[in-house]
Design a protein around this ligand. Structure first.
Ligand code: HEM
Length: 305
């Protein structure tokens, strides 16, 4: 008889296979007392980004919002390995969020610099003839904003309600990371976020690249990652569930909008259940405990050995 595996361990292992473990001592252990870039223990960034269920529930919504901007879509579509190495991309993206929030100041700065160097090579022309470059501060600002926006909405819904003051604090803490990544300005309050999204909205569109990208995410594109009909339906459901965190106009543009009844009876229960399962199996990423130990360790006074 095959050995029985603990369901919690099995789910943890499945999650780690997809998004990685994020417990590298060189990144999260380090100088005693170092809070890193996002505020350290007691910050709202550590509370929100330390809830893996919220971060993972927000992941697909954040990505779709980013690529609704056709310049970002072209960069990713034309120059990313998302369709040949999707697991590597998922791990690096989550790794960026974890490192910049929980990593030592040195490790967080190093990953921002490394990603900056990757982006420096990314430029080209969109299908409609508009040139783009990843280091355009406006594009960096948009991609940066989509991540904390989606994660904060997921936390608010799946973990605990956030006050406007807490949301403002989170955006402000995360803004440091966006600016270090090359943005000149990013929203730091909910009022600024709402106004910014309205300003950006006319720039968003769905083109063939986005349709093909979505078909890849849902397993409909031919090739190595093509899925059967049932698995495709589940992926479409997961995508639409994640996108319920985002405004209706964005759901409509991405083809993830569903009727209110479908949202209430299927998408939201699906999303809540998945978040609950993740939190049960994997309440927080290992890097958070490592970071708390580091940041709260007694700082040696000079002369100590
Ligand atoms: C703050 C904004 C952004 C963040 C946090 C971010 C994050 C990342 C990360 C973590 C990587 C992986 C680097 C690696 O480890 O190999 C990456 C690569 C990449 N990014 Fe960004 N990015 C941002 C903005 C953009 C923009 C605006 C574009 C396009 C216009 C873009 C296109 C790409 C592409 C094409 C790659 C290469 C991926 C590959 O090799 O498959 N990124 N980005």
């Amino acid at each position: 008889m095959a050995p029985r595996t603990d369901p919690r361990q099995r789910i943890r292992a499945e999650i780690e296979t997809i998004v990685g473990r994020h417990d590298e001592p060189a990144v999260y252990d380090g100088p005693a007392g170092d809070p890193g870039l996002a505020g350290g223990p007691g910050s709202i960034s550590w509370e929100i980004n330390g809830d893996l269920a919220s971060v993972l529930s927000a992941g697909m919504a954040a990505i779709l919002m980013e690529v609704l901007h056709p310049s970002v879509m072209s960069g990713v579509f034309q120059q990313s390995t998302y369709d040949t190495q999707p697991l590597r991309r998922a791990r690096n993206t989550l790794g960026y969020v974890m490192r910049t929030t929980f990593g030592t100041t040195e490790a967080a700065t190093a990953v921002i610099d490394r990603v900056h160097r990757v982006h420096a090579r990314i430029e080209g022309t969109r299908p409609d003839g508009v040139p783009y470059r990843a280091l355009d501060p406006e594009l960096i600002a948009w991609v940066h904003t989509c991540i904390p926006w989606a994660v904060m909405e997921a936390f608010h819904r799946y973990r605990r309600p956030l006050t406007t003051a807490e949301r403002d604090r989170y955006l402000r803490e995360q803004a440091t990371i966006g600016r270090m990544g090359g943005a000149e300005w990013v929203p730091e309050t909910m009022d600024e976020l709402d106004a910014y999204v309205e300003r950006m909205r006319p720039l968003m569109s769905r083109n063939e690249e986005l349709s093909s990208f979505i078909a890849f995410l849902t397993g409909e594109r031919d090739g190595e990652f093509h899925l059967g009909a049932a698995a495709q339906a589940q992926k479409r459901l997961d995508l639409a569930s994640s996108m319920t965190l985002m405004p209706a106009w964005a759901q409509k543009l991405t083809g993830t909008h569903r009727s209110p009844a479908m949202q209430r009876l299927v998408l939201l229960p699906n999303a809540h259940l998945q978040a609950r399962i993740i939190r049960w199996a994997y309440p927080e990423p290992p890097c958070k405990a490592m970071a708390v130990d580091r940041a709260t360790a007694a700082v040696p006074v000079s002369g100590d050995t």
